[in-house]
Design a protein. Structure first.
Length: 245
């Protein structure tokens, strides 16, 4: 009989440096006694997102003393092999378009499955029971590995394969981008929204030169358009609530 690893109620957040993962990190810091982060370098075209992570962690710690006390170690895992076998618009210099299979060519096959598997292996070593990811079925570009069924099936497989009771949390699964902005506001107020705008990176092109009201990006890739639309809706909803009161 294998001896089970002792697990705590701590958490590991898949933290890319983007809007969604930053919101998920704030969500985790609000709930768990110890929170560590992990980022993956897989040769992504927008690798600049990884460079945003240290400043975001500092910014989150500065926003809330209890978050600062709970924020633990950061980890970066190299997954070069994933980029080398992925002929996609996220890992090579090609135009973003819809593929013959009906999926956008920004879909990196197996990416979230691999990310969560490596995250679980790290969480096992670190004794962290909870794993948090920003997967979402509402604004997910049709990616099959963002679906709730995929995450639930993977949770079963990871727990069987590692003889553990990991819990995979996806706090954004059923909300759109406007609600993601609202969640950030509810967790950390305008200060967290400002941090997301100024320091996160979500643009597929890796463009950091142009500053929009919703943050930095090319403004035309699917990720930028989705983020911009959500921010506009979030602002409109806020204005409507202000008028109502």
């Amino acid at each position: 009989m294998l001896e089970k690893q002792t697990m705590t109620d701590g958490a590991l957040v898949l933290f890319s440096g983007g809007q969604d993962s930053t919101t998920c990190l704030a969500w985790a810091l609000d709930r768990f006694p110890r929170v560590e982060t992990v980022g993956f370098d897989y040769g992504q075209r927008h690798r600049v997102e990884l460079d945003c992570r240290p400043e975001l962690r500092r910014g989150l710690a500065d926003l809330n003393p209890s978050w600062a006390a709970r924020l633990g170690d950061d980890h970066t895992i190299s997954l070069d092999a994933l980029g080398k076998i992925s002929d996609t618009a996220l890992t090579t210099d090609m135009a973003i378009e819809l593929g013959k299979n009906g999926l956008p060519n920004t879909f990196v096959p197996g990416r979230n499955i691999i990310f969560l598997t490596f995250a679980a292996a790290l969480a096992y070593r670190r004794g962290l029971r909870n794993i948090i990811g920003g997967m979402c079925e509402t604004d997910f570009s049709g990616y099959p590995d963002c679906r709730d069924d995929t995450i639930k099936a993977l949770q079963v497989a990871l727990n069987l394969g590692m003889q553990q009771r990991f819990v995979l949390h996806t706090p954004l699964m059923w909300i759109d981008k406007a609600a993601t902005w609202r969640l950030a506001f509810d967790l950390g107020g305008q200060a967290l929204v400002d941090l997301v705008v100024e320091q996160t990176h979500t643009c597929y092109m890796g463009e950091r030169g142009q500053r929009h009201d919703w943050g930095y990006g090319c403004g035309v890739c699917p990720a930028c358009k989705l983020r911009a639309q959500g921010f506009a809706q979030f602002q409109q909803q806020g204005e409507m609530k202000a008028v109502a009161h």
